[in-house]
Design a protein around this ligand. Structure first.
Ligand code: PLP
Length: 390
């Protein structure tokens, strides 16, 4: 079906990028489970390799493949970007996108509370190639720009941060970065393009862990980078050509399937999380609930300015910050599985001992992901475990 931006988002999720029906068109596109593709002439192959490495047509699946191309078209369209590349995981996508943007001697500004392995990449790994990073309180736009140095090449955002749930004023950061010629990149995994459109707000590069909401079924890992054609072409000719690390065709096919139902699943996660978080903040054992969907949320103005809605993930701190009690609470839960991911059908809990930049000491953040179960069952499960925190 020929679909473009004139259709609503649900129609686009169902059909965008797929071929016009001919007699006997398969309703589900086939999987191109190929490592390579042959050409009728040697000249044609060489022309494709050197002048059009990202395809179509495609010549080698380390660089591109039709099953990935369909998914990439869909994700770029949803995000409002020119082009997309899908990778074997969210971390692959983020690492490769950052490496594409910096070289030895460059400086990166990063928001405090970004996903842990991204922090590790920027503090423990890229310094060995001469790239340095400064971490800032992302809630404070002035603090972000106070950290700018003559060699600052990139500002890296994650809004909200996925453990402490702090937002950034994205249009303001993008505007000030553009004035200074600094590129901006965001991890928008929490949001998905249904809840936030970073490119429309002036961000240059959007990364996703598609392992989460896009997949929706906890059965694959995947990542995506969406940006201008120029940035994606550069990524293909460099990091993709040299490192590969793209998604496999079967995973791309599964992810295309998951993406079709994103707009049905996401409001359910949001509704449940708002309900559960609203109930939780009334409980005597709870000190504070960090959920961007709550009216009591500290950065309500930034939430309303930058997002269409919240999704299913939030954290809370107990009044009693005792480790054993936090572990006991988590262990008593029956419906929330103890696991580190989120975005699937199933509810999850994870406890992390962290020190946000404005805290005097680390505290236990208990993060809950609300899956697709009945909200009242999830509340009953938490109510049953809460006595552990007394
Ligand atoms: C906010 C965020 N970004 C990125 C990632 C990395 O994604 P992946 O696990 O697909 O590599 C995760 C994974 O949990 C995440 O929570």
């Amino acid at each position: 079906m020929a679909t473009d931006g004139c259709y609503g988002v649900n129609t686009q999720l169902a059909h965008f990028g797929e071929s016009c029906p001919a007699d006997g068109t398969p309703v589900v596109p086939p999987i191109y489970q190929n490592s390579l593709f042959t050409f009728p002439t040697m000249e044609g192959l060489l022309e494709n390799m050197w002048n059009n490495p990202g395809g179509p047509p495609h010549h080698y699946s380390r660089v591109s493949n039709p099953s990935l191309e369909l998914l990439e078209k869909k994700l770029a369209n949803l995000e409002g970007g020119d082009a997309c590349k899908v990778f074997a995981s969210g971390m692959t996508a983020i690492t490769i996108a950052i490496m594409n943007q910096v070289k030895g001697g460059d400086h990166v500004i990063v928001v405090d509370g970004c996903y842990g392995p991204v922090k590790a990449l920027l503090t423990g790994y890229l310094p060995k190639y001469g790239v340095e990073a400064t971490f800032v309180d992302g809630r404070d736009v002035d603090a972000i720009f106070a950290a700018v140095k003559p060699n600052t090449k990139l500002i890296y955002l994650e809004s909200p941060t996925s453990l402490t749930f702090r937002l950034q004023d994205i249009p303001e950061v993008a505007k000030r970065a553009k004035e200074r010629g600094i590129r901006t990149m965001i991890d928008a995994t929490y949001n998905t393009p249904l809840m936030m459109k970073p490119l429309e707000m002036g961000i240059d590069i959007v990364c996703h862990s598609c392992t989460k909401y896009f997949s929706g079924h906890s059965d694959l890992t995947a990542g995506a980078v969406i940006a201008s054609q120029e940035i994606i072409d550069n990524l293909v000719r460099n990091e993709v050509l040299m490192m590969g690390a793209l998604l496999g065709p079967f995973q791309a096919w599964l992810l295309t399937r998951g993406t079709r139902t994103l707009a049905v699943r996401l409001p359910q996660h949001e509704k449940t999380a708002n309900h559960v978080a609203g109930w939780l903040e009334q409980q005597p054992e709870v000190k504070v609930v960090h959920h961007i969907g709550l009216e009591s949320y500290a950065q309500r103005d930034v939430f309303l300015k930058t997002m269409k809605g919240a999704t299913g993930l939030f954290s809370f701190e107990a009044k009693d910050d005792d480790r054993a009690k936090v572990m006991d609470f988590c262990n008593r839960l029956q419906l929330f599985g103890r696991g580190i991911s989120w975005g699937g059908f199933e509810s999850l809990v994870v406890a992390s001992h962290v020190q946000p930049c404005d805290y005097d000491a680390p505290r236990w953040f208990i993060r809950l992901f609300c899956g697709l179960e009945d909200p009242e069952d999830l509340i009953a499960d938490i109510a049953n475990a809460l006595p552990a925190l007394r």
